[in-house]
Design a protein around this ligand. Structure first.
Ligand code: NAD
Ligand code: HSE
Length: 392
């Protein structure tokens, strides 16, 4: 068990400065922040300048530092930092879901080989303790499904769009000012971020390790005021959900906006809040909810990982590989496709056409498609239409 944690921090942006403030506010015995490696020498660093460095080696080569907090916004540089830190037998705490989803197997195997912990509670749903809950509380339960609102930026945008029509770009700028959005906000609005989080969650919930190529991710870029109007008329909300369901045919997993009836608890999750609805054999339905993004809420999850290291915590991966051969992208789902222009709809061939009608100048279609077909059609056509899952 580490007696004393000497921390090296990479990154001093939204989350990095958040954990700095929390560690300063709470003087925790046996925890010391020694060095902060930052990238931009032009930014003023008045506070506690003695900590700052521009040299990664000042953390990676420092034998006293036994814990690395990786909180930067560059997934490739993060991968290199995390790999080197693990090779040096330092514990690593990261919030970088893109880096984890792309290198999960290699990095978790390396951490196990080096007998150190690689913890990443902040990478999924910010402040909400999702990973440790799946590990600790559901380790011996069979999870049937996860439905997660896991991207604070998308949820913030959708909440604002449902309040009143306003320019999409202005809302994204606000999400960036609040420190919710990624440096590249397309990761948020095209649901890459939610997909990375679903990959990490699926491993802990089902033992299934997906690659980013496996999973369909649909976003909210092409949503129009008319789509919101359509939802309101039908008493629905639209939420981007990471959706995983294990049944006899295997695990179906995708990320897409979904129409949800307004009496469902998930529709009460607004702005940057996130939620995870877990359906398990013994525990049955549970809903975890809280702040999914933002400096201090996210830093609280990083702090919880730091504290857990004092107790020598590491993930058990109790479900690892349990269902790894069971991923199944063939499930049929009912989808809503909107368009201003008929040619945008041409790539979509519905399996069972249910509705096809004209409404104002718009055409809405609701029909059944397989997740795999939808993924192929999107990748091939980059269609400029809004597609959302419609309830059966
Ligand atoms: N902001 C959130 O709410 C939130 C929530 C959960 C997870 N995350 C994740 O946390 C990480 C950090 O996010 P953020 O919002 O703090 O980003 P940010 O853009 O606010 O800050 C990132 C900082 O890292 C610095 N940086 C980039 N490359 C570096 C390098 N090689 N060495 C040192 N510093 C470097 C940048 O200059 C920047 O100051 C990302 O992986 C993000 O996905 C963020
Ligand atoms: N950009 C992410 C940060 C939290 O992971 C979001 O909006 O949810």
């Amino acid at each position: 068990m580490p007696q004393h944690l000497t921390i090296g921090l990479f990154g001093f942006g939204s989350v990095g400065s958040g954990i700095y403030h929390l560690l300063k506010k709470k003087t925790i015995p046996n925890i010391e922040l020694k060095t902060i490696v930052v990238k931009n020498p032009d930014k003023p660093r008045s506070k506690d300048a003695k900590h700052f460095s521009y040299q990664p080696k000042d953390i990676l080569e420092d034998k006293d530092i036994n814990v690395v907090l990786e909180l930067i916004d560059d997934a490739d540089a993060a991968y290199s930092i995390v790999k080197k830190a693990l090779e040096k037998r330092k514990h690593v705490i990261t919030a970088n879901k893109k880096m984890l989803a792309e290198h999960f197997q290699e990095l978790t195997a390396l951490a196990q080989k080096q007998n150190v912990s690689l913890l990443y509670e902040a990478s999924v749903c910010g402040s909400i303790p999702v990973i440790r809950t799946l590990e600790e509380s559901f380790g011996q339960d069979s999870i049937k499904s996860l439905r997660a609102i896991s991207n604070g930026t998308c949820n913030y945008v959708l909440t604002r769009l449902f309040q009143n029509p306003q320019p999409f770009d202005r809302i994204i700028t606000d999400a960036q000012k609040h420190g919710f959005a990624e440096s590249d906000p397309t990761l948020d609005i095209d649901s890459w971020d939610s997909k990375f989080k679903l990959i990490i969650s699926n491993y802990h919930a089902f033992g299934v390790l997906n690659t980013p190529e496996d999973i369909l991710n649909l976003g909210i870029r092409h949503i129009k005021p008319e789509d919101i109007e359509f939802a309101k008329e039908k008493n629905f909300s639209i939420k981007v959900l990471g959706h995983s369901e294990l049944n006899d045919d295997g695990l179906n997993a995708f990320v897409a906006p979904q129409f949800i009836k307004n009496n469902n608890l998930l529709t009460s999750i607004e702005f940057e809040n996130n939620a995870v609805q877990i359906d398990a054999e013994f525990a049955q339905q549970q809903l975890l909810q809280g702040k999914g993004a933002g400096s201090i809420p996210t830093a609280s999850a990083v702090l919880s990982d730091v504290i857990s290291l004092l107790k020598d915590y590491t993930y058990s991966y109790s479900k690892a590989e349990a269902n790894s051969s069971k991923f199944n992208p063939d499930q049929l789902i009912k989808v809503y496709i909107s368009s201003y222009d008929k040619k945008d709809l041409t790539p979509f061939k519905f399996k069972n056409e249910i509705v096809c009608g004209t409404r104002k100048q718009l055409e809405y279609k609701i029909g059944k498609l397989s997740i795999k077909d939808l993924k192929h059609q999107f990748e091939a056509q980059s269609a400029k239409v809004f597609v959302a899952v419609f309830p059966d």
